[in-house]
Design a protein around this ligand. Structure first.
Ligand SMILES: [Zn+2]
Length: 487
């Protein structure tokens, strides 16, 4: 069955990259695009009206934690007083033995919400960079029911993070846990790579460069090569961790990873903000950007999460000019790739004091083609004959935008994920008129909220000073429950 999407601004992939066709046409048959660009001469079986919309390749979101970040998404502002903005340490360094992982049904509720939330805001492929492991059968079924592409695996490490009674972070080595974690990750990939009708794919996830010893990182990369899957780790995401690696190896995290052979074209690095190029590191020795570019590793840039911590990449323009493959991820909420492109674009200008930096062209490329290299998936991130029918239709012509000549600039400068009208993955329509076709959104949302309340209620049990969420992170104004909720 051939379906034609007609009348919109079509982003088709030409010889040199993306090109835009006003009043263009995309035709797909089953899971593949058969035509993208100007008029289509052949017969079609169905037509979709895209007037007033951008018809774009689906976005590849390179940084999502579907479960681990469950509790922190509304709490991102005030929690950075400790640990020099390492927000993950605020949540992942409990008193030893006091943290119990969320119940399986709560994890499942959050995962389902996150999958749908990301899809609805334009992501057709997401990289799940780790959280609480397990429940993979359920996860595979959820991915199938939501319908987007997910790269996932059990994250592992051989250094656990804890706080003592005075709130001081310490790392505790456990080589056996690392060895078992790696084994489980390989077993997961062997069992689940290609599950959920091919939507679920494996990725090797040594959690963070400072929570994995050198032997574990080397073994993880080796195993990823053997299994022919991509590998991800968090690196240079925080000054504290940058300093830790410097102390341990007398090298920056990037130089260390380059030296142990971890970086190549199948490697995705989360953040890579603190490098020799960032002024806060006060470390002008060597050239991390050159090392990154030479290695071919992709940097997964998450500008919104970082600017909330008063941190910006220095800078998108410099990374691009150095020749580093750049991709975009959302990390925390909202998992909205359209807004994320705007943050990437605007912050690139601020970083360099250059209003010509952060071009819409560059951030759109990062959100689409940027995710394809380390995945080794040339059929994603573009609309051309033979590419996967992963298509997003975004409303552009409405009162929220205004008059425009260039739909890509309009999208980056005025758009939002909430303007996403239709999402098609593998040739299947999943979102129509901004809502899921086959899922009960209200139920999924409510169950996720209940699961997160469970996370919050658990905080005093593991927090070093026994604080609850509201005393740890006071609300903007006092919040009172004025009347008992009537549901
Ligand atoms: Zn992360």
């Amino acid at each position: 069955m051939k379906t034609a999407i007609e009348g919109g601004w079509v982003v088709a992939f030409g010889k040199e990259g993306h090109e835009v066709f006003q009043n263009g046409t995309v035709v797909y048959e089953y899971d593949r695009v058969v035509h993208a660009g100007s008029e289509f001469a052949g017969e079609v079986d169905a037509r979709l009206d895209a007037r007033g919309m951008l018809v774009s390749p689906g976005f590849i979101n390179t940084h999502i934690h579907p479960v681990g970040n469950g509790g922190d998404y509304l709490l991102m502002d005030n929690i950075k007083n400790d640990y020099r903005t390492a927000n993950y340490l605020s949540f992942s360094a409990p008193l030893k033995g006091k943290f119990a992982p969320p119940a399986p049904e709560n994890m499942a509720a959050l995962r389902l919400f996150v999958l749908l939330h990301a899809l609805r805001h334009g992501s057709t492929t997401i990289i799940d960079v780790g959280g609480f492991p397990g429940e993979w059968e359920t996860y595979a079924r959820q991915i199938e029911s939501v319908g987007l592409r997910v790269y996932a695996g059990p994250a592992f490490r051989d250094r656990n993070t804890f706080t003592d009674e005075q709130g001081r972070i310490y790392y505790e080595e456990n080589a056996e846990a690392g060895r078992q974690g790696l084994e489980k990750a390989a077993a997961f990939i062997r069992e689940f790579d290609g599950a959920a009708d091919g939507l679920l794919r494996g990725i090797m996830l040594p959690a963070q460069v400072e929570t994995c010893t050198e032997p574990l990182l080397r073994a993880a990369k080796e195993q990823a090569q053997k299994l022919d899957v991509p590998v991800h780790t968090h690196a240079g995401g925080n000054l504290l961790k940058f300093q830790r690696i410097l102390q341990e190896y007398r090298k920056t995290p990037i130089a260390f990873l380059a030296d142990i052979g971890f970086l190549d074209s199948r490697t995705l690095l989360g953040h890579a903000v603190f490098t020799t190029a960032h002024p806060w590191t006060l470390y002008p020795f060597g050239d991390d950007l050159r090392l990154l570019a030479e290695s071919g590793a992709t940097v997964g840039h998450c500008p919104y999460k970082y600017v909330k911590m008063a941190i910006i990449l220095r800078s998108l323009e410099q990374y691009l000019q150095a020749g580093i493959p750049m991709a975009i991820g959302t990390d925390s909420y909202p998992m909205d790739m359209v807004s994320e492109m705007r943050w990437a674009s605007m912050l690139a200008k601020v970083a360099d004091g250059n209003y010509q930096a952060g071009r819409p062209r560059d951030v759109f490329n990062a959100a689409t083609l940027g995710g394809c290299g380390f995945l080794a998936r040339d059929e994603l991130g573009r609309l051309a004959p033979g590419s996967k029918a992963d298509i997003v239709m975004i409303r552009l012509e409405h009162m929220g935008t205004g008059a425009f000549r260039d739909p890509i600039k309009a999208l980056v400068e005025y758009g939002a994920g909430r303007d996403v009208d239709t999402v098609i993955v593998n040739g299947k329509t999943l979102i129509e008129k901004g809502a899921a076709i086959n899922l009960d959104e209200e139920k999924i949302y409510n169950e996720a909220c209940r699961a997160v309340e469970g996370y919050w209620a658990n905080v005093p049990n593991w927090h070093w000073a026994g604080q609850d969420v509201d005393s740890m992170i006071p609300p903007a104004f006092p919040i009172h429950e004025a009347a008992a909720a009537n549901h």
